[in-house]
Write a protein that binds this ligand. Structure first.
Ligand SMILES: NC(=O)c1ccc[n+]([C@@H]2O[C@H](COP(=O)([O-])OP(=O)(O)OC[C@H]3O[C@@H](n4cnc5c(N)ncnc54)[C@H](O)[C@@H]3O)[C@@H](O)[C@H]2O)c1
Length: 448
């Protein structure tokens, strides 16, 4: 860390009295709640995005993310605290610029830095002295100083002297009612002390606690460590599930009892496979970077392998259950899938194992309908383009009764599990939803 240089006094003062203009780039699952939070805490906020539909909706006081209600956005827009814009040239007017753009993988499973590079180039175009730039996107150690910084410095301004650069990983858990953006401590690594102090002051104004660390690389490593921890532990319980299923032991019962141990155990839950924008993807950012150092990330690869196999395992259990309890093959069977989102109570279908499962089941000759109260229509995706525009069917007694099997992929609270138990013949449950809902009826329930 470079030493000695004082915090920019004028920006520090504007942050302290909350008159600093905050620009958030990328108004998705991460950027939108963050923009709302800064505005709620009194900062003037401009949200920037390249999607004109999102800008129009926000400026009309509407939301496009289910768990962020329009009632939260409307008063902020009305009071002028929050506005959305596609005019990236206006980044010049911002005091602090926070980058929350996507970090997916390419089709070769390598970091796809296009969004970060494009955004850094936009910021560089209007960068001026005294600005603070913070990257929040999940990424590999080195991105802030090796990728973003050189782009920002292209026009002659220097990080730590003319502008300030920091990394502070987003830890958003969409739909988590207990831990919204403000309640989650924020890790911050600065490119120099002044950047760290400014970024810390900025986030201290909006979140419960900030955790300064020694460098942007460390902060980047922390984010990946958190997500790898989840990926590896989920893989472990998925493996336990396969082993215990074969032994006739209910893995869910095992975890419920194991978690009564007050130390040394933390519950993770098995499922149909990983989904979402983070856990299936971020670990491979480290795998890629580790190669530069000649190191193989074996835990990450193994966890990826086990988690990726889960949809196939679930399909096998479903085929077995159909054969045992309905005397029929998967081919030609009518499957009603419950839940398409990658996790409960959200409207996010990115990387959802449900999509993989639909593809595999249909390839095996099954006929699949899905019901998801939050995903009325399947949005286009790179890997599952052929499913685009499929629509959620209504969850009716007749439809439940007509299905050869109901396959629970996502345990949304809004699903009427009592009705499922009453009307379905066979339920294959990847989330233990039927047991947790204490739903009892004629349906035979098989966990998978
Ligand atoms: N979704 C999560 O739960 C979550 C949690 C923690 C961290 N993250 C990380 O946060 C980052 C953002 O994820 P997200 O889920 O919010 O993504 P998202 O796709 O929901 O939103 C990203 C937004 O950025 C916009 N965008 C893309 N390129 C742009 C550009 N050049 N200029 C302006 N806007 C641009 C897109 O239009 C989109 O609205 C990723 O790095 C992700 O890994 C996500």
């Amino acid at each position: 860390m470079s030493r000695g240089r004082a915090v920019d006094p004028s920006l520090a003062a504007r942050i302290a009295d909350k008159s600093a203009k905050v620009g958030i780039i990328g108004l998705g699952y991460v950027g939108l709640p963050l923009a709302c939070l800064f505005a709620e805490r009194g900062f003037p906020v401009t949200g920037f995005d390249i999607d004109p539909k999102k800008i129009a909706q926000l400026n009309a006081g509407r939301s496009y993310i289910r768990h962020i209600p329009a009632a939260r956005i409307r008063p902020l827009v009305k009071s002028g605290k929050l506005e959305a814009s596609g005019k990236l040239a206006d980044l010049r007017k911002m005091d602090a610029v926070v980058i929350c753009v996507p970090t997916p993988l390419t089709k070769y499973r390598e970091p796809d830095m296009r969004f970060i590079v494009a955004t850094a180039e936009e910021v560089a175009r209007t960068l001026r002295k005294g600005q603070l730039v913070v990257l929040e996107s999940s990424t590999y150690p080195g991105t802030t100083t090796e990728v973003v910084k050189p782009i920002l410095e292209k026009n002659g301004l220097k990080s730590g002297r003319d502008f300030h650069l920091a990394y502070s990983p987003e830890r958003e858990d969409p739909g988590n009612e207990k831990f919204g953006t403000a309640a989650i401590p924020k890790v911050i690594g600065g490119d120099g002390r002044a950047a760290l102090n400014l970024a810390k002051a900025l986030y201290d104004g909006v979140v419960v606690r900030t955790v300064p660390v020694s460098s942007p690389e460390t902060a980047e490593a922390i984010k990946l460590t958190e997500n790898i921890f989840r990926a590896v532990n989920i893989a472990m319980v998925n493996e336990m599930k396969v082993i215990f299923d074969a032994m006739g032991i209910d893995v869910w019962e095992v975890i419920e009892a194991a978690k009564t141990k007050p130390f040394g155990f933390m519950p993770f839950y098995p499922g149909p496979g990983l989904g979402g924008h983070c856990i299936p993807i971020d670990p491979f950012y480290l795998t890629w970077k580790a190669r530069e150092f000649g190191i193989n990330t074996r835990f990450i690869e193994l966890a990826g392998e086990i988690n990726t196999l889960m949809p196939r395992y679930v399909m096998g259990r479903l085929a077995e259950a159909l054969s045992t309890h309905a005397g029929r093959a998967l081919k030609g069977a009518k499957i009603l899938m419950l839940g398409l989102a990658y996790k409960k109570n959200v409207d996010d279908m990115r990387e959802s194992p449900a999509l993989t499962l639909i593809g595999m089941l249909e390839e095996a000759g099954a006929r699949v309908d899905y019901h998801d109260p939050f995903i009325p229509r399947i949005k286009p995706s790179r890997e599952h383009g052929h499913l685009t525009d499929r629509r959620s069917v209504a969850l009716t007694p007749a439809r439940l009764a007509a299905a050869d099997a109901v396959l629970i992929v996502t345990d949304h609270d809004a699903i009427d599990y009592a009705l499922v138990a009453k009307k379905a013949k066979l339920v294959v449950d990847t989330r233990n939803a039927m047991t947790r809902a204490k739903a009892k009826g004629r349906a035979k329930v098989v966990k998978a």
